[in-house]
Design a protein around this ligand. Structure first.
Ligand SMILES: [Zn+2]
Length: 330
């Protein structure tokens, strides 16, 4: 596996003295998509948004006193019912993104700090998604599960929730992963993610292990503090509870790490291997977003928006070392 990068050195005249600044352009080992690592002194500061928590509570459709009346229903697979497990509630997305488009209310509480999520919140949610996937008629589908948390991550509703998109047509990047993984399997005889774990487990980007799951900082991060989770069990709907626990407890550990760095907003996604083939393994990705506060700024600039190239200020090998040291206590 090739971890390729190019280095450019920029000269900057500051206070009568020439400074050299290194820019790393890294290629994702599977898709070859590029990321720029820019050494920028970026203070992570989150502001107070307690006023927003209170004001959004008064109309939130996912709070328990409103969800039964307001949630959109799936007339076919879910027979117009809401599916509930623990604090999780599964229902249809009022504005669907695909043939099967769902929302999962994750917690009873309207606001949960990133460090306060519990493993059980995610396990219960994932089991409901499994139940749903198993009821979909035969055919090829691309299954993704994702989460946007707080406004910097694109979420319009504060209440913690997950989205599920099950589509006959893959997203652009999922298609790229799918065909790149097929090529990889054909030339290497093993799936890309299994090989990635073998190559990275002793290396400087390895973060730690939870039940049946390995955690690795992405070589070419797609966002701040990008960590990947790679499960032993390949297809999402078939995963054992132990496997779901491994993924969920890893998410909770990373969120606690984010919380310890004042990061309060994040995106994650699972690209699920279900109905694809042996070349694909379900893989999980999480990135922190610029922290939410009254005057938050957006970390998606023109390079990401229009060139599809991520720009990040943090080096994977550095934060991987920090998370690895704290992995057990997180
Ligand atoms: Zn709410």
């Amino acid at each position: 596996m090739e971890f390729r990068k190019e280095i450019e050195v920029a000269k900057v005249l500051v206070g009568g003295k020439v400074d050299e600044s290194v820019v790393e352009i890294r290629y994702d080992p599977l898709t070859l998509q590029t990321t720029r690592i820019v050494k920028k002194n970026f203070p992570i500061q989150s502001g107070d948004f307690s006023e927003e928590i209170e004001s959004t509570k008064s109309w939130c459709p996912f709070c328990s006193e409103r969800i039964d009346q307001m949630a959109a229903r799936d007339p076919e697979i879910m027979n117009g019912e809401l599916w509930k497990r623990g604090e999780a509630v599964l229902f249809s997305n009022l504005m669907p993104y695909s043939k099967h488009s769902l929302v999962l209310r994750l917690t009873e509480n309207h606001f949960v700090g990133v460090s306060e999520f519990k493993t059980k919140h995610f396990i219960d949610a994932f089991i409901l998604v499994q139940d749903y996937i198993k009821k979909i008629p035969d055919g090829k589908y691309y299954v993704t599960i994702g989460m946007n948390y707080l406004k910097p991550a694109g979420s319009s509703i504060m209440h913690p929730h997950i989205q599920v998109m099950i589509s006959e047509v893959s997203t652009d990047y999922f298609a790229r992963l799918d065909w790149s993984a097929l090529e990889f399997m054909e030339s290497n005889g093993v799936d890309y993610w299994k090989k990635l774990v073998e190559d990275e487990i002793e290396g400087e980007r390895y973060v730690g292990r939870t039940d049946k799951t390995e955690w690795i900082a992405a070589f070419a991060p797609k966002g701040f503090f990008h960590i990947m989770g790679i499960p032993e069990e390949r297809e999402f709907a078939e995963m054992s509870e132990e496997q779901l626990k491994g993924i969920s407890s890893g998410i909770v550990k990373i969120l606690r790490y984010y919380g310890s760095k004042n990061l309060n907003s994040f995106n994650f996604t699972l690209y699920c291997a279900d109905r694809l083939g042996e070349h694909f393994r379900t893989n999980f990705h999480i990135v922190a977003r610029s922290p939410f506060g009254k005057y938050y700024w957006c970390d998606v600039f023109y390079p990401k928006m229009l060139h599809d190239e991520s720009v990040v200020f943090f080096t994977p090998e550095e934060y991987a070392r920090e998370i690895k040291e704290r992995w057990e206590e997180l």
